[in-house]
Ligand binder design. Structure first.
Ligand code: UDP
Length: 341
């Protein structure tokens, strides 16, 4: 089975590529390398023994993409990760986000139609739920107005995908709503590679732990949560990667119940920022330096997933504990630092 992975050198894309190659899928990765490095292919090869085919290509450019599909007419499915994802940047430059995240999707869908690629797995996000009124959120929880242009691109993309699938007889798709992926491959050959100052919590924690940053800033401790800090549903990126393989098999084996489906992917547990710091302290043997500052604009108070649908339909659930996932993040940070020094 030949699978096109867009954004395959990115954080979740690279971990998913490893799982796909390990399961015998024939991969071709497209990435424009705007937020990832070509050396990630070395990491995938070091883990799997196989170097996936790679095309440096910008999905916003329809003609080169069309040429790609002409050359690769035997693609069975697409896993579409490629997108910008920095919430703060999307607020400052919304057009960049709408343009990149939506034009790339439209071009891919057009190619799917033209070349009759039957399946797509799409990277969506729990941001579509906003500040949910009831927790945990199920796939039927209401989608709420997005807090950022980034979040809005995910909502709009889900709508476009659903309408597209409804208009086609032979194209089926699944949107996977990720909660907060963390950690790295246990081999430390691949992991998260934030460019500049990380926006996300775990890379900020590990960079502080290794000494690249002075102090973690906790964005608010006056939330209505047990310890006052915000609560999220963190899951190991390798578990998340495995969910993509399960989803792909469901589509390829025609086990999907509807042409368009949605699944929540999380651990199903709410964890606070302070609990994340405690986890880091446990696995690293360090005491993280932090201070509490004002809330971050656009942050929600708490969210975690009801993952029972994914368990029932995909036969998937997370295997790594929070500490196991955190340990892989810390091992990866140490490995990165060793390479740079
Ligand atoms: N957070 C924090 N300090 C940081 C980065 C994040 O306190 O330097 C908090 C953030 O306010 C949120 C949680 O950590 O409550 C997860 O943030 P992240 O950006 O990783 O993911 P989000 O859920 O916002 O997409």
């Amino acid at each position: 089975m030949k699978v096109l992975v867009t954004g395959g050198t990115g954080y979740i894309g690279s971990h998913t590529s490893v799982e796909l190659v390990s399961q015998g899928f024939d991969l071709v990765i497209i990435d424009n390398l705007s937020n990832s490095k070509i050396e990630v292919l070395d990491g995938i090869e070091a883990i799997t023994g196989i170097r996936p085919k790679f095309e440096k290509l910008d999905l916003c450019q329809a003609e080169p993409l069309d040429d790609f599909f002409k050359k690769n007419s035997n693609i069975d499915a697409i896993i579409h990760f490629a997108a910008y994802k920095a919430v703060g940047e999307s607020v400052e430059n919304p057009i960049k986000y709408y343009h990149n995240n939506l034009v790339s999707l439209l071009n891919l869908l057009e190619a799917m139609r033209k070349y009759q690629v039957p399946f797509m797995v799409f990277s969506s996000s729990c941001t579509v739920y906003g500040e949910a009124r009831e927790l945990p959120v199920t796939e039927n929880s209401p989608v709420q107005p997005a807090e950022s242009p980034y979040g809005n691109t995910k909502q709009i993309a889900e709508e476009i995908l659903q309408e597209f699938v409804n208009s086609q007889d032979k194209i089926h798709a699944v949107a996977l709503r990720y909660f907060n992926p963390i950690g790295a491959h246990p081999s430390s050959h691949i992991g998260e590679l934030p460019i500049g100052e990380p926006e996300n919590l775990v890379p900020y924690i590990t960079q502080t732990g290794i000494g690249l940053r002075d102090q973690l800033k906790i964005f608010g401790n006056d939330y209505e949560t047990p310890d006052g800090t915000a609560v999220r549903d963190y899951l190991h990126v390798v578990d998340l990667a495995k969910a993509h393989v399960a989803t792909l098999k469901r589509l390829l084996n025609q086990q999907n119940k509807k042409p368009y489906e949605v699944f929540n992917l999380g651990m199903g547990k709410g964890v606070s920022v302070l609990e994340m710091i405690q986890s880091f302290n446990r696995v690293s043997g360090k005491t993280l330096n932090y201070k509490v500052v004002d809330r971050r604009h656009g942050d929600i108070e708490k969210i975690w997933a009801d993952t029972s649908l994914a368990t029932k339909e995909l036969g998937w659930k997370t295997e790594s504990s929070l500490d196991e996932a955190m340990k892989t993040a810390w091992d990866w940070e140490k490995q990165l630092n060793k390479n740079q020094s």
